[in-house]
Ligand binder design. Structure first.
Ligand code: NAP
Length: 267
């Protein structure tokens, strides 16, 4: 098997550092370079936490990185603004993006889809790399066909920048594709404190909880006459996301289209 040459953007982050471990510990993966705006010009082993990883250059921006290095895949685990710029630029250099960064707008996703179509290149944007979370979304979509009343509660650590989470939005989109349209709750319901009913998506409600101590969790509640159903997934650490990152990297090498959501590449 040919080695997959990989660039990681955001290597010091909680997700990025796990991705560095994944890449260096996977035989057919090769860590070509990393992008870190604070340590450009150094080698990765000069950056705190990576002393044992040799011969990996650090670039402060993606343009400089891709002008110098040849790579197959960019793994981006940064912030939404930077991640979008990275994905766009990677595609312009024929490098396939695997993006875990969340918070992209619908328009941004459409733009990336358009670029992939024009260039015939693969790209995977996955709001959640945890396989259990993908199953939680799929099961929720199945249940949404039979239960019209749904509340999504997503719970994350308090350093998360975007709300609702990409997973919650993706779950709502998937349920929406299966559920008969319905505006939930009492038609005359009134919030006495703004935001009490959460965000509204096609008549469903999404609630975002932010607390230190949490990692990434989601519960989807379904209600019907005399019964409720709860589907819950919990990620207790960031290693939970890495088997999905590995599958995404292997898959994106065979793709010539844009894929949004890991569930679309799992058999
Ligand atoms: P994090 O710990 O804050 O890491 C983000 C990293 O990006 C930081 O090290 C930050 O550096 C770095 N960064 C910012 N601007 C950069 C730039 N221009 N170039 C390179 N690096 C840059 O956050 P995290 O928890 O790892 O999450 C990262 C992203 O993944 C978020 O969007 C999060 O929502 C998402 N996420 C996705 C999944 C999934 O399964 N898809 C799971 C968890 C999280 P500084 O701190 O020095 O600014």
């Amino acid at each position: 098997m040919n080695r997959v040459k990989i660039i990681i953007a955001g290597p010091r982050g909680r997700m990025g550092s796990e991705a560095v471990n994944l890449v260096i510990n996977t035989e057919h993966f090769e860590l070509t370079a990393v992008i870190d705006y604070k340590f450009g010009g150094k080698l990765l082993n000069e950056v705190e936490g990576f002393k044992k990883i040799h011969n990996v250059p650090v670039y402060s921006n993606i343009e400089e990185c891709l002008q110098t290095e040849t790579a197959d895949v960019l793994i981006d685990l940064t912030t939404p603004e930077v991640g979008m710029h990275h994905a766009r630029t990677a595609l312009s250099y024929n490098v396939r993006p695997v993006v875990g960064t969340t918070g992209f707008s619908k328009m941004e996703l459409e733009e990336l889809e358009y670029i992939c179509r024009e260039k015939g290149l693969g790209c995977i944007i996955a709001p959640n790399f945890a396989l259990g979370a993908v199953l939680m979304m799929k099961f929720s979509q199945m249940a949404g066909k039979y239960f019209n009343d749904i509340e999504i509660i997503e719970l994350h650590h308090d350093q998360k920048l975007d709300a609702p989470s990409g997973t919650a939005v993706k779950t709502a989109e998937m349920i929406s594709a299966a559920r008969s349209p319905k505006s939930q709750g009492h038609p005359n319901e009134k919030e006495t404190i703004s935001g009490a009913r959460g965000a509204e998506f096609d008549g469903m409600h999404i609630h975002s909880v932010r607390l230190p101590g949490l990692v990434a969790h989601q519960e989807v509640l379904f209600g019907s006459d005399g019964q409720t159903l709860s589907i819950r997934h919990d990620s207790y650490n960031r290693a939970s996301f890495m088997s999905g990152v590995k599958i995404a990297v292997d898959t994106v090498m065979k793709l010539d289209t844009f894929v949004y959501g890991l569930e679309n590449i799992l058999e």
